[in-house]
Write a protein that binds this ligand. Structure first.
Ligand code: PMP
Length: 344
């Protein structure tokens, strides 16, 4: 569980055991105590190191892969980076099918790490042969000596967080956590963490953050897959246009939806108020907390853990670019006001 000091054999021993950082300023008007699980501290700068590490080592133990073999995945970027990092360390080939929604920074990073990257359109149905799911499956079937991580439909994604993120948060809060707030993409983070925490104390509330344009909240509430909920949105890694089996809806108490615009402002606010440079979905989680606080979800006894999934460096051409913000019409923020507003 504990990291060694100073000398590591490689980066793998630095995966997990991330700190909880108290949010002191951005939460000052909310009741309760708020702690961010700072996943940017992982060596690959995101929570996805946990699942890549766990799934690859499990495949090695099962004899499914050996160095020189190929690891294949669909990814919005972070999982790809983690797999590419581990493939480089352990001597595997890495092939990634990524969505065209992924930032240029992320795609360049994957290539820098030695991955073979195929960019697929984001605006086609998952069953379309051009979708990144279908492309990854085809490559897997055509490549001897390969594994397909398949994070949306792999139970090991949940297990990785059940075995690490959950116990860490329980220990770090000495069992006093009352609420977990986390966004849901594959659902692995929220499901595995929640499953562990609910086993310790079923009263802990598990609050999922979803995107407008995603089906997760409606599915959780009605049990029905409603296609009319699906439309394009900007946040990468949050929400989904399908129901991932790596999401355990039973351990989630409620979903809250957040907009691209509010989440973008919040990602910038976290940097300005807490000095914490985290990604777009961390902004989404913080925006969710703001909305939940307004609904009186928390009280002065609450001990709220928010999962901040990744580092801000991956979004320099998106939420942290003034030009990108203006191109989206996200100008209701100091320094981004349009000219008409500024002259008023
Ligand atoms: N934030 C970011 C930036 C991500 O890349 C992801 C995963 N796609 C998530 C949040 C959501 O995590 P999970 O897939 O475990 O639900």
């Amino acid at each position: 569980m504990h990291k060694k000091l100073n000398v590591h054999d490689n980066l793998l021993s630095m995966v997990g055991c991330t700190p909880l950082i108290r949010l002191n300023n951005i939460t000052q008007h909310f009741k309760g105590e708020f702690l961010a699980k700072y996943e940017a501290q992982n060596p690959g700068l995101s929570s996805k190191d946990r699942i890549a590490h766990y799934i690859i080592e499990k495949a090695e133990k099962n004899g499914d892969i050996k160095p020189g073999d190929t690891i294949i995945e669909t990814t919005s970027g972070n999982t790809g980076f983690s797999i590419a990092m581990i493939a480089a360390i352990k001597g595997y080939k890495c092939i990634l099918a990524v969505s065209s929604k992924s930032s240029k920074d992320k795609i360049s990073l994957l290539k820098t790490m030695g991955a073979d990257v195929t960019v697929c359109p984001s605006n086609v149905a998952p069953e379309d042969p051009r979708s990144y799911y279908e492309v990854a499956k085809r490559i897997y079937n055509e490549t001897p000596g390969s594994i397909y991580i398949n994070q949306y439909f792999n139970d090991l994604n949940i297990d990785a967080h059940y075995l690490t993120t959950g116990p860490e948060i329980w220990e770090q809060t000495q069992g006093k956590i009352t609420h977990l707030v986390a966004c849901s993409g594959t659902g692995g983070t929220i499901s595995g963490t929640a499953r562990y925490l609910k086993e310790q104390n079923p009263d802990i509330k598990i609050l999922g953050i979803d995107a407008f344009g995603s089906v997760l909240q409606k599915y959780h509430e009605t049990g029905k897959f409603d296609k009319s909920e699906i439309y394009p949105y900007k946040i990468e890694g949050l929400g989904k246009n399908l129901i991932p089996s790596a999401t355990d809806f039973d351990v989630i108490d409620k979903f809250t939806k957040v907009t691209d615009e509010d989440s973008a402002y919040m990602a910038r606010d976290i940097a300005k108020t807490e000095g914490m440079f985290v990604g777009y979905t961390s902004g989404a989680v913080m925006q969710g907390i703001k909305q939940l606080a307004a609904e009186n979800e928390f009280n002065s006894e609450s001990k709220v853990v928010a999962i901040f999934p990744d580092h801000g460096s991956r979004y320099m051409s998106k939420v942290f670019s003034d030009d990108w913000m203006k191109s989206q019409g996200f100008t209701n923020y100091p320094g981004l006001e349009d000219e008409q507003n500024q002259s008023n």
